[in-house]
Design a protein around this ligand. Structure first.
Ligand SMILES: NC(=O)c1ccc[n+]([C@@H]2O[C@H](COP(=O)([O-])OP(=O)(O)OC[C@H]3O[C@@H](n4cnc5c(N)ncnc54)[C@H](OP(=O)(O)O)[C@@H]3O)[C@@H](O)[C@H]2O)c1
Length: 420
């Protein structure tokens, strides 16, 4: 998600020496974080802002790419020792305590003559989990979490936003959490983060019954949809979409020229594998990035050698062997799908369709975020396919209400996003 969509308004880039409040500094750090969206997965995006002792803006930075320097290092790199004397560092996530692809940020900050480090979120990674804050505290630097956090309170770390209402605090928690919702979900649930993306008409149709769906939304929406692809590790579609549209499902966005993503196809009967070589996804993706999840028993006799030699992954969801000959037309279990994809180290998934697959993830309550692009057109339910066609609500009390929702205009369309 981009920060304009999330924040509603955009804080202008400050000039050096401009005085910023604590809230402005943290908000600017959040905006900075989003500049790395799509480039850092499975690491979170992180932003950092440095003010001097009089709250004057000195520098900012963000985690630009997986394996590259962290936000704190990028923010501080142009500053001299004199600049950082008595400075305040605002960072969206607790500075890391451990050395991984890069050295520990907490240890690096601890060597500087800083006055204070204020971080947004407690890092649930067991390798950090309060230890970053403790390193700074022991080095004699005042350290505070921006919002109250029980884990940090247990180890005596103060929190910064004491004088605001619970509602305002909650707003900050949701803002900060949305910067790294995939990462937080992965650690809290040990499961991939699932987003659903739909291009819909005003009357909720995502295709016509004859399979036509190009194009419902405008060019601007479609560019942003590629940004969403770049922000997730894998795109997931059902056999229906693959066979009807024969899409490429790659990332085509000016900011993400070399972005490599995985594609997951739910193909319980192996229907897509029967005419395997005609699939466009084979032309644009490396085979190891294509994953076909098939049912426990699929008929693959003829193409089995071609498919297995091609290098694509074909994984049974169930117990039977790949070459078993019984065909059972049953949708794959979304829970088992996610377990399998987690085992394959996939941390975030963009479910792009079609109607049946989207409905099945919502029904199983296994999606965390929804993106609906709505175009100002009416397609008609009689000959259309609603993106909730397989969902039913028997009583208004059972309707699904989304939280943390926002909308943004893209050309003539509107994008709605919210959390399940
Ligand atoms: N506007 C948009 O945003 C958009 C996006 C994508 C697609 N579309 C349109 O949507 C239409 C395709 O939608 P669709 O509903 O027919 O197909 P779909 O949802 O893409 O695929 C459904 C098929 O996937 C397989 N499947 C396996 N596990 C499943 C599970 N857990 N839940 C649901 N399905 C599972 C089943 O086929 P097997 O039994 O063969 O496994 C099922 O029939 C096309 O017309 C396409 O153009 C529109």
């Amino acid at each position: 998600m981009n920060s304009r969509l999330l924040l509603g308004e955009w804080l202008p880039e400050p000039d050096r020496w401009e005085i910023l409040s604590d809230s402005q500094a943290m908000r600017l750090a959040i905006q900075e974080a989003f500049k790395g969206a799509g480039q850092t997965s499975p690491n979170p995006i992180v932003g950092c802002v440095v003010l001097d002792g009089k709250n004057r803006f000195l520098a900012k930075g963000f985690h630009e790419v997986l394996g590259g320097p962290h936000a704190e290092v990028n923010a501080l790199k142009e500053l001299t020792d004199a600049d950082v004397k008595g400075a305040k560092v605002y960072v969206t996530l607790e500075p890391c305590a451990h050395s991984g692809k890069t050295p520990s940020c907490a240890k690096a900050l601890a060597t500087l003559p800083l006055q204070q480090v204020i971080f947004g979120l407690f890092d649930p990674n067991p390798l950090v989990a309060g230890q970053g804050a403790q390193i700074l505290h022991k080095a004699g630097i005042r350290v505070a979490s921006f919002v109250a956090n029980p884990e940090l309170a247990k180890i005596g770390i103060e929190f910064h936003l004491k004088d605001v209402s619970t509602d305002v605090q909650q707003e900050w928690v949701s803002l900060l959490e949305q910067t790294c919702e995939h990462f937080l979900w992965n650690f809290r649930k040990q499961a991939p983060f699932v987003s659903i993306k739909v291009a819909s008409s005003l009357d909720g149709q995502m295709a016509l019954k004859n399979g036509e769906s190009k194009w419902i939304t405008c060019e601007e929406s479609r560019v942003f949809a590629h940004y969403l692809r770049a922000s997730h590790e894998a795109i997931l579609v059902g056999a229906g979409t693959l066979l009807t549209d024969n899409p490429k499902l790659d990332v085509r966005h000016p900011r993400f020229q070399n972005k490599v993503n995985k594609v997951v196809v739910l193909d319980s009967q192996g229907r897509c594998l029967r005419d395997f070589s005609s699939l466009n996804i084979l032309k644009v993706h490396q085979p190891e990035n294509l994953i076909f999840l098939v049912g426990p028993s699929v008929e693959l006799k003829k193409q089995k050698e071609t498919i297995l030699n091609s290098g694509v992954k074909v994984v049974n969801i169930g117990t039977a062997e790949l070459n078993a000959s019984v065909t059972v037309a049953q949708p794959l279990d979304p829970q088992l799908i996610l377990q399998q994809l987690w085992q394959l180290n996939i941390k975030s998934i963009l479910v792009e369709g079609g109607a049946k697959v989207i409905s099945s993830f919502i029904r199983a309550q296994l999606a965390q975020r929804l993106y609906v692009f709505t175009a100002p057109i009416i397609m008609g339910a009689k000959n259309g396919r609603s993106w909730t066609e397989d969902l039913a609500t028997s009583s208004m009390k059972d309707r699904i209400a989304l939280s943390w929702h926002r909308t943004q205009e893209f050309g003539e369309d509107h994008l709605f996003t919210g959390r399940f």
